[in-house]
Design a protein around this ligand. Structure first.
Ligand code: TXA
Ligand code: MG
Length: 336
C-alpha cells in the first residue's frame, strides 16, 4: 500500500505521521530520533516533562526498550497485547531522554489496529506517539479530527476509520513495588487484578507524571457540567429560561423543551467511550453556552468514562458547588 510505504519513509526521514490506533489517533515519530520527537512536543504544545508512549509491533520488542521486566509485565502483555494497555517499565539506554521526559521509565504498548501494526511492522522500530491533539484538548478518534486540529503541522495522516475504543489506553505502572494504575481505560482495574492475582494501587494524588492525570484535561471549549439525573431536567430548564443555548446528553430518557439540543447516549460504557470525544467535538462547533451530561453510574465499569468526563468538566472552573442540592441557584455560580 502506497500510503503505508510513504508513512514509513516519512518516519525514517524524521517526519511526523498521524496514525490510527484502536483507542485514539496517535501523532507518531521515530522514537529513536530525538529531533523528530522534539517536533511532536512543539506541534502539540506539550510541556517537555510529559513523557510519550513508545508503540511497538509486537511483544518480542519489549526487551529492546525495557529492562528488569517483572513477570507481571509479561503476563499482562501476553494477555492484552495488541490492545489498549500501556505498561510503564524501567527503560533501556536505547530510549532517548526526550521521549520519557527525563524519567528512568518508559511507557510501552502494542496497539490493536491493523494499520498501526502494519506501519510498525514495516518501520521496524518503535514509534513514539501521544494522542494527535493539542495539549489539554480532546483526543481525536477520526482522521478528520486530526486534520482539523493539526493538519498543517503534519507530514502525513493515515486514515484507518473511526477508533473502535474511543478513549486512551489504560496505563499501569509496573516500575515500583506495587503495580499502580495511572490512567483508567477500558481494560479495567478488576480485569488486571484478576490476571495478576494481586491488588493494584489506584491513581494517586502525588505529582502528576502523566498529563492525562492532570485534573483539567481532555477538555472541549464549551463549558461542560456533569449533572445527576435527579437534577438534570431542572437545571436544563433553568438554563433555557435564562436564554442559554445548551445541549443535554443523557443515558436516561427525559423530556425537555424542543429548543434544547438533546441527545441520548449508549447505555454501555464501551459505547459511551467510543462516542464521547466525537460528540464533544461536534457540540463544540455549535458555540453553545453549556453542555450538560448525565452523571454516569459510579460502578467500576464506568471508571474510565467517568474519569474523562470529570476532567473535561473540571477544566471549566471546577465542580459545580451545589451538585446534589435542589436547584435554587444564584446566577454567578454559572459564570466561569
Ligand atoms: O491510547 C493511548 O494511550 C494513545 C494512543 C495514541 O496510543 N496515546 C496517548 O498518549 O494517549 P498521550 O501522550 O496522550 O498519553 C500518554 C500518557 C501520558 O499521560 C504520559 O504522561 C503517560 O502516558 N506516560 C508515558 N510514559 C510515561 C512514564 N514513563 N511514566 C508515567 N507516565 C507515562
Ligand atoms: Mg493525550
Amino acid at each position: 500500500m502506497r500510503a503505508l510505504q510513504g508513512a514509513v519513509e516519512t518516519l525514517q526521514s524524521g517526519g511526523l505521521v498521524a496514525f490510527p490506533t484502536e483507542t485514539v489517533y496517535g501523532l507518531g515519530a521515530d522514537a529513536e530520533n530525538s529531533t523528530a520527537v522534539a517536533r511532536i512536543f512543539a506541534t502539540k504544545g506539550r510541556p517537555a516533562d510529559h513523557p510519550l508512549i513508545v508503540h511497538l509491533a509486537n511483544l518480542d520488542q519489549i526487551t529492546r526498550w525495557a529492562r528488569d521486566i517483572p513477570p507481571a509485565a509479561w503476563r499482562l502483555a501476553r494477555r492484552y497485547w495488541p490492545g489498549p494497555l500501556t505498561l510503564i517499565l524501567h527503560r533501556t539506554g536505547r530510549v532517548p531522554g526526550i521521549v520519557t521526559g527525563g524519567q528512568d521509565t518508559v511507557g510501552l504498548r502494542v496497539p490493536d489496529h491493523p494499520l498501526a501494526l502494519a506501519l510498525l511492522e514495516a518501520f521496524g522500530g518503535g514509534i513514539a506517539a501521544p494522542s494527535a491533539n493539542r495539549f489539554g484538548r480532546v483526543s481525536p478518534t477520526t482522521a478528520a479530527h486530526v486534520r482539523e486540529e493539526l493538519g498543517d503541522a503534519l507530514d502525513r495522516i493515515l486514515d484507518g476509520g473511526p477508533c473502535r475504543v474511543g478513549i486512551e489506553s489504560t496505563i499501569l505502572d509496573l516500575s515500583g513495588h506495587q503495580p499502580r494504575l495511572l490512567r483508567p481505560g477500558t481494560i479495567t482495574l478488576a480485569e488486571i487484578e484478576a490476571v495478576l492475582q494481586q491488588p493494584i494501587a489506584q491513581p494517586g494524588n502525588d505529582a502528576p507524571r502523566a498529563p492525562g492525570t492532570l485534573r483539567a484535561h481532555y477538555a472541549p471549549n464549551t463549558p461542560l457540567r456533569l449533572v445527576p439525573i435527579t437534577n438534570l431536567e431542572a437545571e436544563a430548564c433553568w438554563r433555557l429560561a435564562q436564554g442559554q443555548r445548551i445541549a443535554v446528553l443523557s443515558l436516561s430518557a427525559i423530556l425537555l423543551p424542543e429548543v434544547c439540543l438533546q441527545q441520548g447516549m449508549p447505555i454501555q460504557p464501551s459505547g459511551w467511550a467510543r462516542e464521547l470525544y466525537a460528540r464533544l467535538r461536534a457540540l463544540d462547533t455549535l458555540c453553545l453556552d453549556c453542555i450538560l451530561i448525565e452523571d454516569p453510574p459510579s460502578s467500576a465499569d464506568w471508571q474510565a468514562v467517568r474519569d474523562r468526563l470529570e476532567r473535561a468538566a473540571s477544566a471549566q472552573g471546577g465542580p459545580f458547588p451545589f451538585k446534589d442540592r435542589p436547584l435554587v441557584l444564584p446566577r454567578w455560580s454559572y459564570e466561569n
